[in-house]
Design a protein around this ligand. Structure first.
Ligand code: BGC
Length: 745
C-alpha cells in the first residue's frame, strides 16, 4: 500500500507542479531547438568542458543537465579494446573482444556498395554493444604513394570509387545511432613526419583528387563528424585550418557535424578557436602524467581558451558554435533514444566479415587455371603451405586500428579446415619476419620465435615444395613498424625478409606455386613471370583463413578488383617522379617542417600510368575470375547531350564460362579535346554484376555533366567543355572492351 502511494506521488507530482520535459530532452522537438535550449542552460565552464577530452577516448557531456559523455572508439576495422583512462595501454577487460572486419582496402576491392552497407551496419552494431557513440573511421585518404604505411586503412587511389564505397558505410553505421568520424581530413597521404608535413598542392588537384571522397561522405553520406588530420596545408595544421574547415567543409559543403582533432593534432589555441575545430582530443597523449593536476585542463580548448575569454581577448560566439556542434553529435548518438543495443561477436558479424573478405580478394594471375585447387579428383593432393603470414595473427599491430579479437582464423588453419581429409596439408615457415605479437600491452598469445636461420628455413621449405602437388606461399607485409603500420612509411616497394628469394626458389622447385600476398599496399613482384598464380589477399580480419580458403579452393569465385595500381617499381609512381621534393618532402632550413609538393598534380595512380604510358604490374581495376566474361558493344542512348541532360550507356556482358561469377564492369570517360590537360580517362561509373554460366545482362550506366567536368581553379567551379567525349566500358583500367563517342552541346 505504502509503495503504491509513493509511486503515485512520484508520477503525479511533476505534473501537479507543472513541470514538463525540458526541450533539449524531448527528441520529438527539432534538433536545433533542442541544441539551443541545452546551450542556454550551460555556464561558461560547462561549455569549455564540452569541447575537449576528459580521457583518451571520451569527452564529458554536461553532468548537471544529464547530458551524457561522448565515447569515441577506433575504428576503423573493428572496435578497439578498452584502454586505461589516460594511457594507450589496454585496460585488461575481459568483455571487449570484437570481430575484426577486413581492412578498408579489401572493402574497396569488392567494388560492391552492398558490402559497404553490410560493413557499416555490422561494425556499428559492435560499437553499440560496446557503448560507443563515435566510430573513428572510415578513412578515405587517397593512395598517393604505395609507401604510405596507412594505405591499408583507406579505399584506394580513385576518388570516384572511394566516394561510392564510403557512403553506404556511413549511412548504415549512422542509421544505428553511431556516428562515423571520417578520417583523416585532408591531405594526410603519408606517415613520414605526419605532424610536420606541409602539403603544397594546387586547387585543381585538391578538388579533383583529394577532396571528393570527403565531400561525398559529408554531402551524400551525411557524416556526423570528421577528423582533422595531422599534417599542414597552407602552413596551418589541418585540425585548425581555416580554408579546409571553415571555407570548404563547413562553408562549401554545409557540414553540420563536429570536427574532431586527430589525437594530438591541435597545436594553437587561437587558431583552434577561429578555424573550425570543435572537439579536441589527444593533445597530451600522456594525459595526467604531464605533471599538471589534470592535463586535460591544459588542452588548447580548455583553460587557455577560458583565459582568453576571461581576459576579453576573444568572445564566445565561436565557443557557442562549437558547443552546438558537439551537442548535435551527442543528441544524434549518446542521447538517441531510438538506437538499439547492438550485438557483439554474433554469427552474423563473422558471416559479414567472411563475405566482405570473399568479395574483396583479388585473383591477379591464374596461368593455366592452376586455381582453384581441386579437392574432388582422385587421390589426396599434397599441399604445402609456406610463409609466416600463414601463421601470424594480423589483428594486433598496425597502430590505432589494432584489435583484440574473439578469434582470428589463420590462413593455415582456414586451409586445413577447408581441406579436412581431402588433402594432406603440410607447413614450412620459409622465413622469419616479425615475431612481435604485442601492441599496447595486448598480446595475440602466439609464440612466433624460431631459432633456425633463414637459410635453414628456406632449405626446409624448398625441399618440402619439391615433393608437394601444390605450394601455397602466404607472405607479404605485416603490421610491424615500417610495413603496413601507422606512424611510419615503408622504405621500399619490395617484399621484406628475403621473400623474393624464397619465392624464386619455390617456383624453381614446384611449378604449381600459388603466391598469396597479404598486404594493404601494392608490393613489387620481380618473380611475377615465374609464378603461375597470384592472389591479393588484404588484411582480412577474423575470418582471414576462411576467406582465403574459399577462394583458393573455389567455394567462392573471386570477384574483387584492385582499387589501386600495382606499379612495377617506385619510379613508375607519380608521387616519386620528382624525387624527394614530392615525396617524402624537403625539410626547411632551421625548422622541423617539411614541404611536400604534390607535383604530379591530378595524375595519381592509373591517371599517371595512362599519361606516361607506363605498363603497371597489375592495373587499377584488374581482377580475374574462375569464369570468363564477354563484353558486347557499348551503346549510348543519344549522340549528344545538352546541359542538364544525362546520357545512358548500355553494354551486354555475358558469363561465357562454366562457373557462376561476378564481373565488375567499369565505365571510364575521356575528353580528347580540351583546353586544359585532362587525364587519358577517368572512372565515372561501375557495377558489379552476378551472372550464371551463359547468362547475359545489359549493364547500364547513366552519367550527367558532372562526369565530364574538370575543376577550374581560377573560376573555382566545375567546368564541362562542349565537344567530343568518349565512354569506355572496361574490365580494368588497362582492359577497355568497347568505346563510344558522344558530345556535349
Ligand atoms: C590516429 C587516428 C586515431 C587516433 C586515436 C591517431 O594517432 O591517427 O586515426 O583514430 O590516434 O587512436
Amino acid at each position: 500500500m505504502k509503495k503504491t502511494i509513493l509511486a503515485l506521488v512520484a508520477i503525479t507530482a511533476p505534473l501537479l507542479l507543472g513541470a514538463s520535459k525540458p526541450i533539449y530532452l524531448d527528441s520529438s522537438k527539432p534538433m536545433d531547438l533542442r541544441v539551443d535550449d541545452a546551450l542556454s542552460r550551460m555556464n561558461l565552464s560547462e561549455k569549455i568542458a564540452l569541447i575537449h577530452a576528459q580521457s583518451k577516448f571520451c569527452s564529458p557531456g554536461v553532468a548537471r543537465l544529464g547530458i551524457p559523455e561522448l565515447w569515441t572508439t577506433d575504428g576503423p576495422h573493428g572496435i578497439r579494446p578498452e584502454v586505461l583512462w589516460d594511457e594507450w595501454n589496454q585496460a585488461g577487460w575481459t568483455s571487449d573482444s570484437c570481430v575484426a572486419f577486413p581492412a578498408l582496402t579489401c572493402l574497396a576491392a569488392s567494388w560492391n556498395p552492398d558490402m559497404s552497407a553490410l560493413y557499416g551496419k555490422s561494425i556499428s552494431e559492435e560499437a553499440l554493444y560496446r557503448g560507443k557513440d563515435v566510430l573513428l573511421g572510415p578513412g578515405v585518404n587517397i593512395l598517393r604513394t604505395p609507401l604510405n604505411g596507412r594505405n591499408f586503412e583507406y579505399m584506394g587511389e580513385d576518388p570516384y570509387l572511394a566516394s561510392k564505397m564510403v557512403v553506404p558505410y556511413i549511412r548504415n553505421c549512422q542509421d544505428n545511432g553511431v556516428a562515423v568520424c571520417v578520417k583523416h581530413y585532408a591531405l594526410n597521404n603519408q606517415e613520414f613526419e605526419r605532424h610536420n608535413t606541409n602539403v603544397v598542392i594546387d586547387d585543381r588537384t585538391l578538388y579533383e583528387i583529394y577532396l571528393p571522397a570527403f565531400k561525398a561522405a559529408v554531402e551524400d553520406g551525411g557524416a556526423w563528424s570528421i577528423m582533422g588530420s595531422y599534417n599542414l596545408y597552407q602552413n596551418q595544421h589541418v585540425c585548425h585550418n581555416d580554408r579546409l574547415l571553415n571555407k570548404i567543409l563547413k562553408g562549401e559543403w554545409g557540414f553540420d557535424g563536429a570536427v574532431i582533432s586527430d589525437w594530438g593534432g591541435t597545436h594553437d589555441t587561437r587558431e583552434a578557436i577561429t578555424n573550425g575545430l570543435d572537439l579536441e582530443f589527444g593533445t597530451w597523449t600522456d594525459g595526467l602524467s604531464m605533471g599538471a593536476t589534470n592535463a586535460y585542463d591544459n588542452y588548447h580548448m580548455a583553460r587557455p581558451y577560458l583565459e582568453l575569454i576571461e581576459k576579453g581577448e576573444v568572445g564566445t560566439d565561436e565557443l557557442d558554435e562549437k558547443c552546438r556542434r558537439v551537442l548535435r553529435l551527442i543528441f544524434r548518438t549518446a542521447m538517441n533514444n531510438e538506437k538499439g543495443y547492438g550485438s557483439l561477436c554474433s554469427d552474423e558479424h563473422y558471416e559479414a566479415a567472411r563475405r566482405i573478405g570473399d568479395e574483396g580478394i583479388v585473383l591477379l594471375k591464374n596461368k593455366k587455371n592452376l586455381l582453384p585447387v581441386r579437392l574432388d579428383g582422385t587421390g589426396k593432393p599434397r599441399i604445402l603451405v609456406v610463409g609466416e603470414n600463414a601463421i601470424k595473427m594480423m589483428t594486433v599491430g598496425g597502430g590505432s586500428s589494432s584489435l583484440k579479437v574473439q578469434h582470428e582464423v589463420l590462413p593455415l588453419d582456414g586451409i586445413r579446415a577447408f581441406c579436412g581429409d581431402r588433402a594432406d596439408v603440410d607447413f614450412a615457415r620459409g622465413y622469419i619476419g616479425d615475431v612481435n605479437v604485442m601492441q599496447d600491452g595486448l598480446s595475440t598469445g602466439q609464440d612466433l620465435t624460431d631459432s633456425r636461420s633463414q637459410q635453414q628455413l628456406m632449405d626446409e621449405a624448398v625441399a618440402k615444395a619439391a615433393k608437394a602437388d601444390y605450394v601455397i606461399f602466404v607472405g607479404g607485409l605485416n603490421k610491424a613498424s615500417g610495413q603496413d603500420c601507422e606512424d611510419s612509411d615503408r622504405k621500399s616497394l619490395g617484399l621484406p625478409y628475403g621473400q623474393d628469394e624464397l619465392i624464386e626458389a619455390l617456383a624453381k622447385a614446384n611449378g604449381n606455386l600459388v603466391v598469396v600476398n597479404i598486404s594493404g599496399n601494392p608490393v613489387a613482384m620481380p618473380w611475377v613471370d615465374k609464378v603461375p598464380a597470384i592472389v591479393q589477399a588484404w588484411f582480412l580480419g577474423s575470418e582471414a583463413g576462411n576467406s582465403i580458403a574459399d577462394i583458393l579452393f573455389g567455394a567462392v569465385n573471386p570477384s574483387g578488383k584492385l582499387p589501386m595500381t600495382f606499379p612495377v617499381a617506385l619510379s613508375d609512381v607519380g608521387a616519386h617522379a620528382a624525387g624527394p621534393a614530392s615525396y617524402p618532402g624537403i625539410r626547411r632550413e632551421g625548422s622541423d617542417k617539411y614541404d611536400t609538393e604534390y607535383s604530379e598534380g591530378i595524375l595519381v595512380g592509373y591517371r599517371w600510368s595512362d599519361a606516361k604510358k607506363i605498363k603497371p604490374l597489375f592495373a587499377f581495376g584488374h581482377g580475374l575470375s574462375y569464369t570468363t566474361f564477354d563484353y558486347g558493344k557499348l551503346k549510348a542512348d543519344k549522340k549528344s547531350i545538352a546541359d542538364g541532360e544525362s546520357i545512358t550507356f548500355t553494354i551486354p556482358v555475358t558469363n561465357s564460362g562454366k562457373t557462376a561469377g561476378a564481373e565488375i564492369v567499369q565505365l571510364y570517360i575521356s575528353d580528347p579535346e580540351s583546353s586544359v590537360m585532362r587525364p587519358v580517362k577517368e572512372l565515372k561509373a561501375f557495377e558489379k554484376v552476378y551472372l550464371k554460366p551463359g547468362e547475359t545482362r545489359d549493364v547500364k550506366f547513366t552519367v550527367g555533366k558532372d562526369a565530364l567536368s574538370y575543376f577550374d581553379a581560377d573560376k573555382h567551379c566545375w567546368v564541362a567543355e562542349p565537344g567530343e567525349f568518349v565512354a569506355h566500358a572496361a574490365a580494368a583500367s588497362d582492359d577497355i572492351r568497347s568505346s563510344v563517342r558522344f558530345s556535349l552541346k
